[in-house]
Ligand binder design. Structure first.
Ligand SMILES: [Zn+2]
Length: 178
């Protein structure tokens, strides 16, 4: 009996870990990020303007941490809202599914998103899925990283980068900021 209980708890924990592992991107709409409360499962919208402020679940008041995962941006509307309203600088990784170097960059971008949670928002744009964004921002090579601050582009660089190079790129971009 005791073994049974222990193994049930164990399996429940594994299931939970698998679930949180699978959620490696976050949803976003034209007003903010959509964050699911880990405690009660309630969906919360964290407004772009309020990204620097502490945030609690509307249902159970659990403090929700600033996003440490890249945000998948799937439309022009959401992209424009995010860039123009975000209280935090935004690093955008323009990528495509057929691009080999993009696949190598993806875990590096995730690493940076995790380290800079609360100071920087990391977004990903699949240029196959939203080609209008690629052409609007004149993305001629992928992967390309673009850093935005207060709605303006402050830096960009094409080509694969490992996490330390991405961090340096962000630092340089922050210096360009007015
Ligand atoms: Zn909650």
């Amino acid at each position: 009996m005791r073994t049974f209980i222990r193994s049930t708890v164990y399996h429940a924990r594994i299931a939970l870990e698998e679930r949180s592992f699978r959620v490696n991107t976050m949803d976003a709409d034209n007003r903010g990020l959509l964050i699911t409360c880990p405690k009660c499962g309630q969906r919360n919208r964290l407004k772009y303007e309020a990204l620097k402020q502490p945030f609690r679940c509307g249902e159970c008041e659990t403090e929700l941490r600033a996003p440490g995962n890249p945000v998948d941006v799937k439309s022009d509307l959401v992209f424009d809202a995010l860039i123009s309203r975000s209280a935090l600088p935004v690093l955008v990784d323009f990528w495509a599914p057929w691009c080999g170097p993009c696949k190598m960059v993806a875990p590096e971008v995730r690493k940076v998103a995790n380290e800079t949670a609360g100071q920087l928002l990391v977004a990903k744009v699949n240029t196959e899925e939203v080609p209008s964004l690629g052409s609007h921002y004149r993305i001629t090579a992928i992967p390309t990283m673009v850093l935005f601050s207060n709605g303006l582009e402050v830096a960009r660089q094409a080509g694969a980068m490992a996490a330390p190079a991405i961090r340096k790129f962000i630092e340089r971009g922050q210096l360009n900021r007015k």
